[in-house]
Design a protein. Structure first.
Length: 515
């Protein structure tokens, strides 16, 4: 067995006055898959970065095969047989798969014997859990294939311990099962140990042997997966006295009129490629339409074109039967609101106060705007009073309505933006990955608000990379692949693996859109 035993003893890491990791003692058994759970900010990434040498711990020790080691850099970790696959891609776009694999070694001769190198790489791929074209570049690869390349880079180095940070976020369900299943087999064969950072309980129960839970920098639970449940793990993540679930009440509604109609939409991406191709879609009042798809298949460009952040090359968008170009006046008259991804950067002005940001939709309307013939000054006192009401109603945790919105946590920024966007009973909500990186309380709050808007009769277009979120919230689910809608199904009849097949482009069917 080449798989190593990893132990941390009282590992502690501080950043100034903030303690990110406090006295964490963890054991990863050789030849096992060890899942690491915790809410955003719980210390998971800090822990593994201490293990691989990106951070120097302030106290404690890291032991490999019962021997303490001073892992002061990733180079030392690599020499010990420890590899890590990060959340963000580190491949070199202009190099081929073969060149990226060789580059992972870190030491490359001045002159490469390419026939020998290719023979070595071909032999490696024969033993690898999946294959890629050695002559392809990352520009030719899908997001899922790039993730596989990141894993192959580490496997090429023959690690004794492999750490993966959210490795399935850009994979279809089938690809996720393929990757994690192959790594589990590799671990159980004794070739390596695996540490898997994830937020998906399904991945823990189906692929991990052991699981540990971090909360606020401390290890609060650790043991065999077979001896616990997702409910117990969720409770350990949030602590006693906090709820981990929310009861979503979906009221029965007759099919309403079409609120959002998209016909033949074409949108270019950042590199000039056609990111959205002749897309057709309709969203009715009183329904949530979820958009599934692997990241990079046009979802971002679609939503940006609907919110006025990206020009449309062709096609027509109508809201409530009227042509819609996402101008501020149209948004106001037609009651179109949006909750974009990363709202602090895409829907707020960080240096302005919470009250100012909450008033961005209505600052120039009565009763917040003064007499127009005198310059139309803003009644800031009235806006601040409204902001205080929303802060209370939506449970926004802030030092006050005058505090800069950048000082709020991610969940509280979401709540503040949601309060603004749901004001005046929005008729159409355009929502992108609304709970990414948020804790259970914020997720429950935002999901409840979206469902309440739907029950009230609003039309909701929801883009999410989390199938569980779509299956819980949506009335219909459509799948985007290569800029087109390739599948349309009622959420109640949706099958996870069928959705994954369409997401991966492995299933072909006529585009079906509800009229």
């Amino acid at each position: 067995m080449t798989a190593l035993t990893l132990e941390t003893f009282n590992l502690t890491k501080r950043f100034g006055a903030f303690t990110a990791l406090e006295g964490v003692s963890l054991t990863v058994r050789p030849g096992t898959v060890h899942a690491l759970l915790g809410e955003n900010g719980a210390g998971k990434s800090t822990l593994v970065k201490c293990i691989v040498g990106y951070h120097r711990p302030d106290d404690g020790a890291v032991m490999v095969d019962a021997r303490e080691h001073d892992i002061h850099s990733p180079t030392v970790a690599r020499a010990l047989g420890i590899g890590m696959v990060y959340q963000h891609f580190t491949v070199v776009p202009g190099m081929t798969v073969a060149e990226n694999l060789l580059l992972a070694r870190g030491a490359i001769p001045a002159v490469i014997d390419w026939p020998a190198a290719r023979a070595e790489l071909e032999a490696f791929l024969e033993t690898a859990p999946f294959r890629l074209d050695l002559d392809a570049t990352p520009l030719d690869l899908s997001a899922g294939e790039k993730q596989k390349l990141e894993i192959l880079k580490q496997l090429f180095l023959k690690p004794r311990l492999l750490i993966l940070d959210e490795p399935t976020s850009v994979l279809t369900p089938q690809e996720a099962d393929e990757v994690l299943g192959a790594l589990r087999e590799r671990a159980h064969a004794g070739n390596c140990s695996v540490v898997l950072i994830t937020h998906k309980f399904r991945e823990v129960t189906e692929h991990a042997d052991d699981v540990s839970v971090l909360r606020r920098g401390k290890l609060v639970s650790s043991g065999a997966v077979a001896l616990t449940t997702p409910q117990q793990l969720a409770q350990a993540m949030v602590g006693e006295g906090r709820s981990t679930t929310v009861a979503l009440t979906r009221e029965f509604r007759e099919a309403g009129p079409v609120c959002l109609s998209i016909q033949g939409l074409r949108v270019r991406g950042d590199r000039g490629e056609l990111a959205v191709q002749d897309l057709v879609l309709a969203v009715r009042a009183g329904e949530i339409v979820g958009v599934a798809g692997v990241s990079g298949n046009g979802q971002r460009e679609l939503m940006q074109s609907l919110t006025g952040q990206r020009p449309r090359e062709a096609g027509q968008v109508r809201v409530a039967g009227r042509e819609f170009h996402a101008t501020r006046r149209e948004n106001r008259v037609l009651k179109v609101r949006s909750l974009p991804e990363e709202p602090l950067h895409n829907a707020c002005v960080g240096e302005l106060s919470v009250a100012h940001n909450m008033g961005l939709r209505q600052f120039d309307e009565a009763p917040f705007s003064g007499l127009p013939w005198l310059g139309g000054w803003v009644r800031w006192g009235a806006l601040r009073r409204r902001a205080r009401e929303w802060i209370t109603e939506y449970g926004v945790k802030t030092q006050g309505e005058r505090a800069p919105i950048r000082t709020l946590s991610g969940g509280n920024v979401q709540r503040a933006v949601l309060a603004r966007e749901l004001s005046g009973h929005a008729e159409l909500l355009l929502v992108s990955n609304p709970v990414f990186g948020l804790d259970f309380a914020a997720v429950a709050e935002i999901h409840g608000r979206l469902m309440a808007a739907r029950n009230r009769g609003a039309a909701v277009l929801l883009v999410s990379e989390d199938l569980d979120e779509l299956l819980a919230l949506a009335d219909r689910i459509v799948v985007m692949s290569e800029g087109r809608i390739v599948h349309d199904v009622a959420a109640g009849a949706a099958d996870r693996h069928e959705l994954g097949a369409f997401m991966g482009g492995k299933a072909h069917g006529a585009q079906r859109v509800a009229a």
